[in-house]
Design a protein around this ligand. Sequence first.
Ligand SMILES: Cc1cc2nc3c(=O)[nH]c(=O)nc-3n(C[C@H](O)[C@H](O)[C@H](O)COP(=O)(O)O)c2cc1C
Length: 286
Amino acid sequence: MQNIMEIIKKRESIRTYDEKRPIEGDILAQLEEKVQEKHVGPMNHQVRFRLLDMGKVSGQELKKLGTYGVIKGARFFLLGAVEEKEGSLEDYGYCMEKLVLESTALGLGTCWLSGTFRRSSFAKQMELGPEELLPAITPVGYSAERKRFVERLFKAGTRSDKRKPWDKLFIGPDGLLPLPPEKAGKYQEVLEAVRLAPSTRNLQPWRIIRDEDGDFHLYLKGKREGKRPEGRVDSQKIDMGIAMCHFDLVAEEKGIEGNWHRIEALKDSEPPLGNLEYISTWKERV
Ligand SMILES: Cc1cc2nc3c(=O)[nH]c(=O)nc-3n(C[C@H](O)[C@H](O)[C@H](O)COP(=O)(O)O)c2cc1C
């Protein structure tokens, strides 16, 4: 993907699709190729994806594949599956966000859905194994010019064009004072890419603490989702994976080498600030 920051800025949730404009064959082929690649997240879980063509689903089945009226006019949906293990939802978020951004780069609209869709019916289309989950899906297609009332309501309700300021998200080595953009050095755009990420109900639960050695520790800030769909998918873990994806892609584009790894000792120790759950650490390779 070229100019990843521009693609990140361009992506927004699209809930109304242009029914009269099918995805061109060559664009669809490019997307399908990406979907079929091997996908492994930073926590080492493999994710498999499928691009579902609703035009090929039989009438009876089609009726069950609903989004409670949230999405309209989409012919294609991207579905995925991952085994239910510690860290696998983060990996799902990471891998699927790459495909979301690939779609954006191809001029296509998307909308992460982890709540407003008939999970069991879509899961049937994925033919899930006994240990597998279908954590989230997204429609894929061209945005309609006119947005519906429902869509405008969603955007206003989640203040989806707004993000928290830097000082609420990024914290310096003492664990208390914010890390301002001018002190982030070459990581300024990397962190900005995290700030611009989509998240469940736009709650933006990511917090990053940079320590004295320059490592970045990613935490999840609760309040956790009250109601977990079917009890097994914690959507905010998907948000964490999306943030890791944005971090990695922009770091890579800037030629900064490093990777995410989970420090077990941090997992069990008291977080530096209240109500934070440790997720992972990004360490630069020197
Ligand atoms: C993991 C995840 C799950 C989401 N689930 C839903 C959903 O079920 N229904 C919905 O309409 N939007 C859903 N969203 C979209 C968010 O509300 C949206 O990304 C956020 O408000 C920011 O808006 P933007 O994507 O336009 O930047 C989800 C987003 C994420 C990242």
